[in-house]
Design a protein around this ligand. Structure first.
Ligand SMILES: [Zn+2]
Length: 266
């Protein structure tokens, strides 16, 4: 599933292609990922409009249109945007820009959602962004203390923190030496600082590495990311922990496979 780094990688790749460009043509191959609007209305709202800005909030891509409306894209479990002239096997729609560049929305699992909105009210309950300067150590510690749930489950809650998914939640807890089942309000200030540091470091590293391709994820150039080669616990059940030599364990927590080192994470 694309998490924050994968969405950010795609945003950076397509930014120059879409910023201040006018959409000339829309082609829809499968309208099921387009929500709340008919295909005809979707085309009408986009053709002839310029994209004035492209930003990201949590796992959402936000395209501001010259009409004042917003094209909001969530990649779901397996969606991506591909720059090119053919896209991929699972093309759902294509945005054709002035100058001839085309961006395809591709999705093999149909959990992605594309909408046209008047405003971003839909995103108002999302928690703070972990990257950038907005989230500090004291603020994060206070956030943890307000909840009494297992830390791994809390980290995946988008209302608590934006953009973190299963892979990076496992990795950040390993970094901080915190057991995934620990209750969030029992985490010490020192552990909380280390956890926030891990979240920021691992997400930034992943953006630099082009994201993780543990499944089918490819970036906007159709290439796999490299972060999967740097993961310490995720997907490594039974393999040695590089810190202590013990074996990485997998448990189920909140219906998600959770990887950790029983010796290093207490
Ligand atoms: Zn270990």
């Amino acid at each position: 599933m694309p998490e924050l780094p994968e969405v950010e990688v795609i945003r950076r790749q397509i930014y120059k292609i879409v910023k201040n460009r006018t959409i000339k043509k829309i082609e829809i191959m499968d309208s099921r990922v387009i929500k709340g609007i008919t295909p005809a209305e979707f085309k009408k709202q986009l053709v002839g409009k310029k994209i004035t800005e492209l930003s990201r909030r949590a796992k959402y891509l936000i395209f501001n249109l010259s009409s004042g409306k917003i094209l909001l894209v969530h990649l779901g479990m397996a969606g991506t945007l591909i720059i090119g002239d053919k896209g991929q096997k699972y093309n759902k729609y294509a945005l054709g820009f002035e100058g001839g560049k085309v961006i395809y929305y591709c999705d093999s699992r149909m959990f992605g959602k594309t909408r046209i909105l008047d405003n971003l009210e839909m995103l108002q309950n999302i928690g703070p962004e972990p990257l950038g300067g907005g989230l500090g150590r004291e603020g994060f510690f206070n956030m943890l203390r307000k909840h009494k749930v297992k830390i791994k489950i809390l980290l995946l809650n988008q209302a608590f923190l934006a953009g973190l998914g299963n892979i990076y939640a496992c990795e950040a807890l390993y970094y901080a030496g915190i057991h995934p089942k620990r209750k969030s309000d029992k985490i010490t200030r020192r552990e909380s600082d280390k956890l926030l540091e891990g979240i920021k470091k691992i997400l930034s590293q992943s953006v630099k590495q082009g994201g993780s391709s543990v499944d089918r994820y490819v970036n906007a150039s159709g290439e796999k990311g490299r972060m999967q080669n740097h993961l310490k616990v995720y997907g490594r059940e039974g393999l040695p922990c590089e810190r202590c030599g013990g074996k990485v364990k997998k448990i189920n927590l909140g219906q998600r496979g959770t990887y950790y080192c029983p010796r290093c994470q207490k």
